[in-house]
Design a protein around this ligand. Structure first.
Ligand code: B1M
Length: 193
């Protein structure tokens, strides 16, 4: 990380081309039985340490907050690297972020919406078995008459545009940069309306 910084790489390029790309390859090797859970955990820890170095460099400029997001990895799922990246980039872009962490139940999401009154609810899922929980959260919001009060964004490797539409989310965010762009665009549209 420090070597790349010293070579003049931008923090964003280090993030996307070294850390995220490295983790993509780890994922392929994990899938193919070349790497195992302990090695993936080591890679995850290395990535977290790298993100710790980059965070202040990507951090906010002190500008007024442009909006607020509550985000969590859904119940049953403990993957948090992608979500943490989204938090980092959103904070860097001037959003206030309330991170609920991993394994987040619908009750925790709803309590946080009430306590923090964000503009956006973000949900992350990395497993095909935990993706459907995003729908559970949205359906519960609907049942309580809260759905239209918030923008709901979903993301994570197995999630896609079609799934987001099918469960009634407002947007599928392919990565952290897209999350920032989408948040800015949709909040702007909301305010204009
Ligand atoms: Co897991 N794991 N894992 N794992 N793991 C995957 C997801 C898997 C695809 C690996 C594989 O088989 N190739 C596979 C899922 C298969 C499936 O569901 N079809 C898998 C599996 C099977 C498992 C276990 C079941 C393994 C086991 O125990 N036998 C287990 C499940 C535990 C659980 O959650 N209950 C498990 C455990 C783990 C570790 C703990 C070892 C570790 C997680 C460590 C941690 O997160 N603290 C781990 C890791 C590291 C991975 C891979 C290798 C990497 C995930 C990652 O961090 N990617 C992953 C393979 C892969 O995805 N390539 C894999 C880097 C990160 C930057 O990308 O998370 O996609 P990503 O986030 C992106 C976007 O998706 C998006 O923006 C991010 C940044 O650009 N995004 C959002 C994500 N969330 C968003 C939310 C938003 C917006 C955008 O809200 C608005």
């Amino acid at each position: 990380m420090n070597i790349l910084l010293a070579r003049g790489w931008s923090p964003y390029d280090i993030l996307t081309q070294a850390l995220v790309e490295g983790m993509r390859i780890v994922g392929v090797d994990f899938r193919d039985g070349i790497l195992f859970v302990p090695e993936v955990l080591m890679a995850a820890n290395a990535m977290k340490a790298g993100m710790g170095i980059l965070k202040p460099l990507l951090a906010e400029t002190g500008a007024p907050k442009v909006g607020k997001m509550v985000i969590g990895t859904v119940k049953g799922d403990i993957h948090d690297i992608g979500k943490n990246l989204v938090c980092m980039m959103m904070e860097g872009a001037g959003f206030e972020v309330v991170d609920l962490g991993i394994n987040t139940s619908v009750e925790t999401f709803l309590d946080a919406l009430e306590a923090h009154r964000p503009d956006i609810l973000g949900m992350s899922a990395l497993l095909t078995t935990t993706m459907p929980y995003m729908k559970t959260v949205i359906e519960t919001m609907k049942a309580k008459g809260l759905r239209s009060d918030y923008l709901v964004f979903v993301g994570g490797a197995p999630v896609n545009e079609q799934f987001a539409e099918a469960i009634g989310a407002d947007a599928y965010c392919r990565d952290a940069a897209v999350t920032v762009e989408t948040a800015k665009r949709m909040l702007h549209q909301r305010k204009a309306a």
